[in-house]
Design a protein around this ligand. Sequence first.
Ligand SMILES: C[S@@+](CC[C@H](N)C(=O)[O-])C[C@H]1O[C@@H](n2cnc3c(N)ncnc32)[C@H](O)[C@@H]1O
Length: 261
Amino acid sequence: MNDIYRYDWAWFIKRFEAVSSINLTAYKRPQMERRINSFMRNNGLADYFELIQRLQSDKGTYKRFLEHLTINVSEFFRNPLHWRVLEDTIIPLLIKSGNRLKIWSAGCSSGEEAFSLAIMSREKRTELREPILATDLDSDVLERASQGVYRRRQVQDLPEWLIKKYFEEDKGLFKVRTELRSLVRFKQHDLLKDPFTRDYDLILCRNVVIYFTEETKQELYGRFAKALRPGGVLFIGGTEQIFNSRELGFVPISTFFYQKI
Ligand SMILES: C[S@@+](CC[C@H](N)C(=O)[O-])C[C@H]1O[C@@H](n2cnc3c(N)ncnc32)[C@H](O)[C@@H]1O
């Protein structure tokens, strides 16, 4: 083999999977390459070989690399207008005939989405069948999520009375109160590998699939359809759309909301 090509993309994704169990073939290559190259540049790493060596020997770099790769930015009530549709139209549809809800925030990052759901269910007195399941691939971001501690800028868009009601302020940090935290169960889970539990009324998978290949997205949406009960709803991100939703067993009921047939 020509030496130049020895540590190429194919070599890297194989070695990276061995180190992390993350299969990068399911993600869009150009985006991933761009992010990985910028990480290597910023960390003075000459090639994939050096990167793999560093990831194996330095836990701090490994953590930062995963964070860089998965881009776990989140917000409370991200895209507020879509949350309004959820509150005003979708939840009433789901609780018709006294149904108690089973909810999953898939790719929950640092927990804002799951806690937004918990706040909404408290405020609207929506009964939950079990705590909201909040999952992510990245165990570090989940650790942060389960602590439920946020900076002022992370809660700044919430009305002051909601902050007072659901967070304890301590030295400029805002900790989610225990009563709200008990409504959420965080769990490490890889959407591309791990089994899905079933019978959900509502699944949120927002701003997660943006780096997945088309084929991976189709497969994932199909699996979400199976995980929902008939009549259950999938809520997706503000830049996302499911083109062949009917083929997958959904009917679009509002922009960004798909109901399982
Ligand atoms: C941009 S955040 C989205 C957070 C939240 N859903 C929102 O919309 O604000 C994307 C999250 O997807 C997670 N993720 C990426 N690939 C994943 C996979 N295969 N399985 C589970 N989570 C994944 C990342 O770790 C990251 O925390």
